[in-house]
Design a protein around this ligand. Structure first.
Ligand SMILES: NC(=O)c1ccc[n+]([C@@H]2O[C@H](COP(=O)([O-])OP(=O)(O)OC[C@H]3O[C@@H](n4cnc5c(N)ncnc54)[C@H](O)[C@@H]3O)[C@@H](O)[C@H]2O)c1
Length: 251
């Protein structure tokens, strides 16, 4: 099944790194015009220039930025066809060790960022009569575990934002879905909350220990699901969270 996005525009938050960047690459290879919105301006520029995409620097926790980035895509391309919300942060701390600042920062990026971007995009997509959105949730939006309370809470909220927008706009031609990755080999997994990033050996050992398939995912393995959900092959799919986790959540 070949997925083509010729003449479609795709806006990817967090597209400078990890799964956002891998998804951006797959979209470019499928013929889409890709816009990367990321807080890390330098990395966004480097990734966009490597892939043949356009970089827009900014913070998704700022609703004015979210409105302006959607307007920019519509002004330059004529439409916004697909939105992928991959921007996210994780703070590894138990509930008792989570500071007010960490809590607010996590909710601002992971929850408000997804809400602001969806709201801005759907306002346009509804008018257009078509559009597809994929939000990055997580296995930790449904399961739980020790040591990342704010992150788990934020991803649970992303799942509910996804379902609610999907229902509210199911008759407007706008589909809203989510992907829930398991353990994926990205800069976030390797470095967040660690003073020294995991080595290749440590990452492989982690995959062998905790994932039913015995390995971490590569970012493009999640990106493929995002492309499918944005494509016409997924025309009857909305309001659903799709687990791409090698069986992790089935345990
Ligand atoms: N890596 C995993 O194992 C894993 C598992 C489940 C879900 N996720 C989720 O997948 C998504 C992508 O994660 P990743 O592992 O590729 O992470 P990553 O750290 O490699 O990339 C995240 C990107 O988001 C950008 N970003 C962060 N805050 C931002 C903000 N306020 N505004 C704009 N851009 C911002 C960063 O600059 C970075 O480029 C995240 O939402 C993450 O929570 C990751």
């Amino acid at each position: 099944m070949e997925l083509r996005f010729n003449s479609k525009s795709v806006l990817i938050t967090g597209g400078a790194s990890g799964m956002g960047a891998a998804t951006a690459q797959l979209f470019v290879e499928s013929g889409a015009r890709v816009f990367i919105a990321d807080r890390n301006a330098e990395l966004a520029r480097a990734t966009a220039s490597r892939l043949g995409a356009t970089a827009i620097a900014g913070d998704v926790g700022d609703s004015a930025f979210c409105n302006s980035v959607v307007a920019h895509v519509v002004d330059t391309h004529g439409s916004l066809d697909c939105l992928v919300n991959a921007a996210g942060i994780i703070i590894r701390a138990t509930g008792l060790d989570t500071t007010d600042e960490d809590w607010m920062r996590t909710l601002n990026v992971n929850v408000s960022g997804v809400f602001y971007m969806c709201r801005a995009a759907i306002r346009h997509m509804k008018h257009q009569g078509a559009g597809a959105i994929v939000n990055f949730g997580s296995i930790w939006g449904e399961l739980s575990g020790k040591g990342a309370l704010a992150y788990a809470a934020s991803k649970g909220a992303v799942h509910q934002i996804t379902r609610t927008f999907a229902i509210e706009h199911a008759r407007d031609g706008v589909r809203v879905n989510g992907v829930c990755p398991g353990e994926v080999d990205t800069p976030m997994l390797r470095s967040a909350g660690r003073s020294v990033p995991l080595t290749d050996e440590q990452a492989a050992e982690m995959g062998a220990r905790v994932v039913p398939m015995g390995r971490l995912a590569q970012p493009h393995e999640i990106g493929r699901m995002v492309l499918f959900l944005c494509s016409d092959h997924a025309s009857y799919i909305t309001g659903a969270m799709h687990y791409v986790d090698a069986g992790y959540s089935a345990q």
